[in-house]
Design a protein around this ligand. Structure first.
Ligand SMILES: N[C@@H](CCC(=O)N[C@@H](CS)C(=O)NCC(=O)O)C(=O)O
Length: 241
């Protein structure tokens, strides 16, 4: 059985890591049997999760995981895409995984109002050894990294303005299509859905989530992807819970 090593579900989300949720969304979409092994970055050979272990072989990186399983499919998700379509998917994914990753990190760890609600639940979720000085140092490191991306606790308005611009661009790209590149879901959708769901479905509101909720096509898209990949999932029967 394929092992998917990732964080446990949190806050009603299948995964608070959009990269983990992307890999798991893909496995569910493809109906590939797997079991979740609760894990963390320190257990990964690259220091990042998710990773999978299959027959003793480890594959890290959500995109590499998708590529690994797609290579076995008779009909691949991205078959039939033009060169330009593939290039567009590449740029959109790269930009979203960079920009929205830091936005999601910011709304929980960086925005003082977000940290106030995130911290108590995070502390309960973390193993004992990570709750004190380790958490303090981790947040300090993340704040430094966020600052390098122009996101500071002192300026939530400015930070969220950058996130809103990405969401607006995504809403524009999706338009009236069911999926980002047309009528069928592609590998790009595994990523974009996981990132958007982490914004839309987290339980505590913030200006980015409020904005996302005004973008009706993105909301409908997430509902469509959820029905396709996560039908019937609840925290109660989350694998590896
Ligand atoms: N490109 C990687 C990114 C994975 C990633 O950044 N994972 C985060 C969790 S959301 C992580 O493990 N961070 C730990 C760290 O950077 O130290 C992928 O697609 O899997």
């Amino acid at each position: 059985m394929i092992e998917l090593h990732q964080f446990r579900p949190f806050w009603g989300l299948p995964n608070a890591s959009p990269f983990c949720m992307k890999a798991e969304t893909y496995l569910r979409f493809r109906r590939i049997p797997y079991r979740v092994v609760p894990s963390g970055p320190r257990k990964s050979p690259t220091g990042r999760i998710p990773f999978i272990v299959e027959d003793g072989r480890t594959i890290t990186d959500s995109e590499a995981i998708i590529a690994h399983f797609e290579s076995r499919q008779a009909a691949r998700l991205d078959d039939g895409l033009s060169e330009a379509g593939r290039a567009l998917a590449f740029f959109v994914r790269e930009l979203v995984e960079e920009r929205l990753y830091w936005q999601i990190t910011y709304m929980r760890w960086g925005d003082p109002a977000g940290w106030e609600v995130f911290r108590p639940d995070l502390v309960k979720y973390l193993p004992l050894g990570m709750r004190g000085p380790v958490l303090f140092l981790l947040r300090r490191m993340l704040l430094r990294q966020m600052r390098q991306h122009g996101l500071t606790p002192a300026d939530p308005q400015g930070a969220y303005a950058r996130g809103r611009a990405v969401l607006d661009a995504l809403a524009g790209l999706l338009g009236g299509k069911p999926f980002f590149l047309g009528a069928e879901p592609r590998s790009l959708d595994m990523s974009l859905y996981a990132f958007l769901a982490n914004i839309l479905d987290q339980p505590h509101g913030n200006p980015l989530q409020e904005h996302a909720r005004t973008l009706a096509n993105l909301v409908a898209y997430c509902a469509r992807m959820k029905a396709l990949c996560w039908q019937g999932w609840t925290m109660e029967h989350a694998p590896g819970k």
